[in-house]
Design a protein around this ligand. Structure first.
Ligand SMILES: NC(=O)c1ccc[n+]([C@@H]2O[C@H](COP(=O)([O-])OP(=O)(O)OC[C@H]3O[C@@H](n4cnc5c(N)ncnc54)[C@H](OP(=O)(O)O)[C@@H]3O)[C@@H](O)[C@H]2O)c1
Length: 415
């Protein structure tokens, strides 16, 4: 028999109020919100004031509340709330990717020890059901790569950039439309995309990686020069979160990519998200949908709540049976690096160079660079260098030297 769900909701902002709406409009789920805890007593609320409290203990200490839905915008406080709820034997649903990425090593065992569920479909790509699919559907097929457009703000800005609008103007328009925060750092520097990637790595490959170990390069450096370079080659620029299996290792990073019309995410525009999953037998599959927003994310949260009726839990089976897969930064990436200053490009330690362009106003170089070199460049903090990752871009040192040898052979035979 399915159990009765009494929800204590923490946070009543964009997603919290979205959950309230979708729960009330869905007559499929027998669950009720008993109490809502928020922060600001002066704020006007759109629903009956009697729901609200400002003390988290009103949820944590209420024995009738068996589900805590955490939807606040502060990862440190969220960690405290979620940990306490799990310790008190309450199931937890959250959409807080930053908290999950930072504290997964603590929270996942805590849920297990207390024999409760910790579900978070809404944390990755909003309404797209990717976590449960990685957990369940792809349980038997060997995944080779997972990549996606996981941040609607940057995809909106890049969609504008690809059609000739400058970064500052596109960012302003994203802020006016409510897609971007006043401080857009987490989005535009690729942190939000990285937190989601950390969760994909866990569910696709069973590996636990701390956010600081993953390279994230955002989109502030994308100028009309990069858009023109990409356009000339028939590419569009997209901020991709990537995780690719090479042998018994997984390479993973977030960066602006040039993608061709052959790429499944080429036509994913504006605030939409997409995840492309590639597996040994099923080949490539595209998941597409709204990656954020009140109702789309509320709907993903509701789906988790509804799964609790049947005591659904993630089993993290790939963490137990991934054949010893390890995360590595020991890989080479094919990139375009552009700058107004030739000296700045010369500072980058390319392993091999395939194309160089220099003029008084702008220069760029295309070639293979070690991932660790890109880490050391600290590209989000630099105004003098722009990065684009090119298609078919990840190699091990062995793979790359074979590729270079093969290309030299073709080149020599052609001349
Ligand atoms: N927005 C999206 O489309 C989206 C999509 C996917 C995931 N998420 C994630 O969902 C979570 C919520 O995002 P949101 O956009 O709904 O945030 P939001 O609109 O800024 O709302 C945040 C809510 O949290 C409350 N709050 C903040 N700190 C609190 C605390 N310590 N105790 C109790 N309540 C507290 C605020 O209270 P007051 O109302 O009193 O200020 C507010 O109701 C975040 O983790 C976010 O990353 C959001």
């Amino acid at each position: 028999m399915s159990k009765k769900l009494n929800i204590g909701l923490v946070g009543f902002g964009c997603v919290g109020s979205g959950l309230y709406d979708v729960l009330n409009r869905s007559n499929l789920i027998d669950a009720k919100i008993k109490r809502i805890v928020v922060q600001d007593p002066k704020k006007e609320r759109s629903i009956d004031q009697s729901y609200f409290s400002f003390d988290i203990n009103d949820i944590l200490n209420d024995p009738e509340i068996n589900v805590v839905v955490e939807l606040i915008n502060d990862s440190a406080s969220a960690f405290e709330i979620v940990s306490q709820a799990l310790k008190k034997g309450k199931d937890v649903v959250t959409a807080n990717k930053k908290m999950l990425a930072e504290y997964q090593a603590e929270l996942i065992p805590l849920a297990k020890e207390n024999k409760v569920s910790l579900l978070y479909e809404g944390a990755v790509a909003g309404s797209i059901p990717i976590i449960r699919n990685l957990e369940e559907y792809y349980n038997n097929d060997s995944l080779t790569s997972v990549e996606g457009i996981l941040n609607g703000t940057t995809n909106y800005i890049l969609t504008q950039s690809n059609s000739g609008i400058g970064y500052e103007e596109a960012l302003k328009s994203a802020q006016e439309l409510g897609f971007a925060e006043a401080d857009p750092t987490l989005d535009v520097d690729g942190f939000d995309s990285k937190y989601k990637l950390v969760l994909l790595l866990k569910h696709a490959f069973g590996i636990t990686v701390a956010p600081k170990e993953i390279l994230n390069v955002g989109i502030r450096g994308i100028s009309e020069k990069e858009v023109a370079y990409a356009g000339e080659k028939g590419y569009r620029i997209k901020l991709l979160s990537r995780a690719e299996k090479i042998g018994d290792q997984v390479v993973s990073f977030v960066a602006p990519h040039c993608i061709s019309d052959q790429h499944s995410a080429y036509n994913v525009h504006n605030e939409f998200n997409a995840v492309v999953v590639e597996a040994l037998f099923s080949d490539k599959q595209l998941f597409y949908g709204k990656g954020a927003g009140s109702h789309p994310t509320g709907s993903a949260v509701l789906s988790d709540v509804s799964a609790l009726k049947f005591d659904y839990q993630y089993e993290y089976r790939k963490a137990q049976s991934n054949g010893g897969l390890k995360y590595t930064t020991d890989a080479f990436i094919k990139v375009y690096i552009g700058s107004k200053y030739v000296n700045a490009i010369e500072e980058v330690a390319f392993y091999s160079v395939e194309e160089t362009f220099q003029s008084a106003a702008y220069s760029f170089q295309v070639g293979w660079v070690k991932l660790e070199v890109l880490f050391d460049l600290n590209l989000n903090a630099r105004k003098d260098l722009s990065l684009l990752v090119l298609p078919d871009s990840i190699q091990t040192e062995k793979g790359l030297s074979e590729l270079i040898e093969k290309n030299l052979f073709i080149y020599e035979n052609q001349n």
